[in-house]
Design a protein around this ligand. Structure first.
Ligand code: SF4
Ligand code: F3S
Ligand code: FES
Length: 232
């Protein structure tokens, strides 16, 4: 089958503004959009720029706006999209070139919530034991691959780029509800500020966008409740 592929191209060093370019690509219905991008780059225009690594939905490097929804190019197939496909960079992050956006601001927010295990107590002789029920408490939020599809689909983030965003809150949740961690209070204090959890307006775009199926709004609600209980 032939796919009519439109890609939003932009080279900030040469182009005054982003513009759409059109490519006709011979494809199989089971092809991923990432495959089509490779075909264009290898056979039609070597200057097309995009980011990818694993090719299998694990590394989170190829989230893009595909047919107006954030998705991983390596997961979404032609048969799920039809023969007319549009591909644009994630919304709300600076474009470096074509489909590559600058993720530094996104990762700075991620780092701001202390997304790592904190426990300064002397370690026990073997490991820090955790019950299966306690592990299950935050299982959903361990699945994040930091693709940024959620944050860049969020109207609250578009309106206020300083909002920490759903991805950072998901990664805070993973540690706030880990009963071995000791920095929960500090994280909740950070997330209770003006650009924290209260910026969420429960729009749910983030849940629709997440390629890992994480219940992001539930995680945000749980962190919000914990922040309220902490300050009560
Ligand atoms: Fe991507 Fe989902 Fe993690 Fe957001 S929560 S960064 S959409 S994997
Ligand atoms: Fe944004 Fe998701 Fe909240 S889209 S407003 S973070 S529910
Ligand atoms: Fe790794 Fe798509 S290339 S998630």
């Amino acid at each position: 089958m032939q796919v009519d592929l439109r890609i939003l191209r932009f080279d900030p060093q040469r182009d005054p503004a982003p513009h759409w370019e059109r490519y006709t690509v011979e494809a199989d219905p089971m092809d991923r959009v990432l495959t089509l991008l490779h075909v264009v780059k290898e056979e039609q225009d070597g200057s097309l720029t995009f980011r990818r690594s694993c090719g299998h939905g694990v590394c989170g490097s190829d989230a893009m706006l595909i047919n107006n929804r954030n998705r991983l190019a390596c997961k979404i197939r032609v048969d799920q999209l039809g023969t007319k496909i549009t591909v644009a960079p994630l919304t709300g992050l600076p474009v470096v070139k074509d489909l590559v956006v600058d993720m530094e601001g996104f990762f700075a927010k991620y780092r701001s919530v202390l997304p790592f295990f904190v426990n300064d107590s002397p370690p026990p002789p073997r490991e820090r034991i955790q019950s299966p029920a306690a592990r299950a408490r935050y299982d959903d939020t361990t699945k994040c691959i930091l693709c940024a599809a959620c944050t860049t689909a969020c109207p609250s983030f578009w309106a206020r780029p300083s909002y920490v965003g759903p991805a950072a809150i998901v990664n805070a949740h993973r540690f706030v509800f880990d009963d071995r961690d000791e920095a929960g209070e500090e994280r909740l204090e950070l997330l209770a500020d003006g650009d924290g959890v209260w910026r969420c307006r429960t729009v749910f775009n983030c849940v629709d966008a997440c390629p890992r199926g994480i219940n992001i709004t539930r995680a945000i609600l749980e962190v919000s409740r914990a922040a309220v209980e902490r300050s009560a």
